[in-house]
Write a protein that binds this ligand. Structure first.
Ligand SMILES: Cc1ncc(COP(=O)(O)O)c(C=O)c1O
Length: 386
């Protein structure tokens, strides 16, 4: 039988090549041209007020914290509440800026728990980073209220949330101070590597465009489009990075965006097949989605005991799921970070992301679910006999 993998991206190859061809024919593959078109298409689709296209979400998370720190006058060592159940980009971004990550626990959605966040606010807390794990908004609305009441900035790590619509009908990120999306190869809107940073503030949106282009105040494409003398002239206002996205990635993004809602609907259909096959099964808990939202369904996650044994059992049947994520305090560099987060630790030891992508048929999803049930039942039976 064919192996079943966690993620396999689907690209609309001919359409993507046609968009890329336009870049090649025009002789413009860098910043500008398709990046401008993609930013506009993303804003129109999501109704987010601003969007700037980047080389990755990791770059975006860094700039989110940098620009908020500068705007609000935070000091080195000020605290940012975050989750240990995430990809390390989230927490590295806090450290890049000399800020201190303080871990709060997760709730049953595996998203930051508002009660745990509230309990860990100190006079030095400046911001919360909320990770919508697997596209799940969790209790984001409560966290939004908490941040407003306590004067904290809210950064949404929306790497998994392209196409997550909240219970109030807005796209994820609409009321965050800044939301950062990933369009890395296995995300819901796959390119090869890219991302989008969406600030609420028009000023920060303007500012971030300089930071992604080495502090230069006029990008080459804008200069090329202008007429008259001194097209070559620009100023460098401050330090910056080379974090902007390019037109080849934007060309892929433009095609991906056309299909994103249809693709996410298919992900939700496949997830419902998992729900039917796995709900109420002894030894398997399906991680719930927040009620009322339309999630991107980047992940379908379950919690099981003896996770590593279950993974080995699935691998033996040609099924290769993933783990999102290991508790970051298990990594050497975060081992002394403040916590503790018992629920995140338990999830880190028991979570499995089941295969979920557009090349899977419903029959294959049933095959995965059946294999999981058999493996888990086998382990429970063996434990009883011992
Ligand atoms: C939760 C989370 N945040 C941030 C990132 C970083 O995204 P990128 O690969 O676009 O830098 C990822 C990527 O896997 C992620 O899963």
């Amino acid at each position: 039988m064919e192996p079943i993998h966690l993620f396999v991206p689907t690209f609309r190859i001919d359409e993507s090549l046609a968009e890329i061809r336009e870049c090649l024919e025009k002789g413009w593959t860098g910043l500008g041209f398709k990046t401008v078109e993609f930013e506009q298409a993303w804003r129109e689709h999501t109704r987010l007020p601003h969007a700037h296209f980047l080389s990755s979400a990791s770059a975006g998370l860094h700039l989110a914290l940098k620009l908020l720190k500068e705007e609000r006058g935070w000091r080195d060592g000020d605290e940012v509440l975050t989750t240990p159940l995430t990809f390390v980009s989230t927490n590295h971004a806090i450290l890049y800026e000399g800020l201190r990550p303080v871990f709060a626990d997760v709730d049953e959605y595996l998203c930051p728990d508002p009660a745990s966040l509230a309990a860990r606010i100190t006079p030095r807390t400046r911001a919360v980073v909320f990770v919508g794990l697997g596209g799940n908004p969790g209790r984001y609305a409560e966290v939004r209220r908490l941040c407003s009441e306590r004067g904290l900035a809210l950064v949404l790590d929306a790497a998994h949330m392209a196409g997550t619509w909240m219970a109030d009908g807005s796209h994820a990120g609409a009321d965050a101070d800044v939301a950062v999306f990933s369009f890395q190869a296995v995300k819901n809107l796959p390119t090869a590597d890219s991302g989008m940073i969406c600030f609420l503030s028009a000023r920060l949106d303007q500012e971030v465009r300089k930071w992604t282009w080495l502090g230069i105040n006029k990008d080459t494409y804008t200069r090329t489009q202008s007429s008259g003398a001194y097209r070559w002239l620009y100023d460098v206002e401050h330090l910056g990075f080379k974090y902007h996205g390019n037109s080849i990635m934007a060309a892929m993004g433009l095609v991906g965006l056309k299909y994103m809602e249809q693709d996410n609907t298919e992900r939700r259909t496949l997830s419902a097949v998992y729900d039917d096959a796995l709900s109420g099964v002894a030894g398997i808990s399906c991680v719930p989605m927040a009620p009322g939202c339309t999630p991107s369904r980047h992940l379908y996650q379950v919690l099981v005991d003896a996770r590593d044994q279950v993974m080995a059992g699935l691998n033996a049947r040609g099924i290769y799921p993933g783990v999102h994520y290991r508790d970051n305090t298990l990594y050497r560099m975060y081992k002394d970070a403040p916590g503790p987060c018992p629920r995140a630790r338990r999830a880190s030891e028991s979570v499995i992301s089941l295969p979920l992508h557009l090349r899977l048929s419903q029959g294959e999803v049933r095959r995965v679910a059946l294999a999981l049930r058999e493996v888990v039942a086998g382990i429970i039976g063996q434990q009883r006999r011992e």
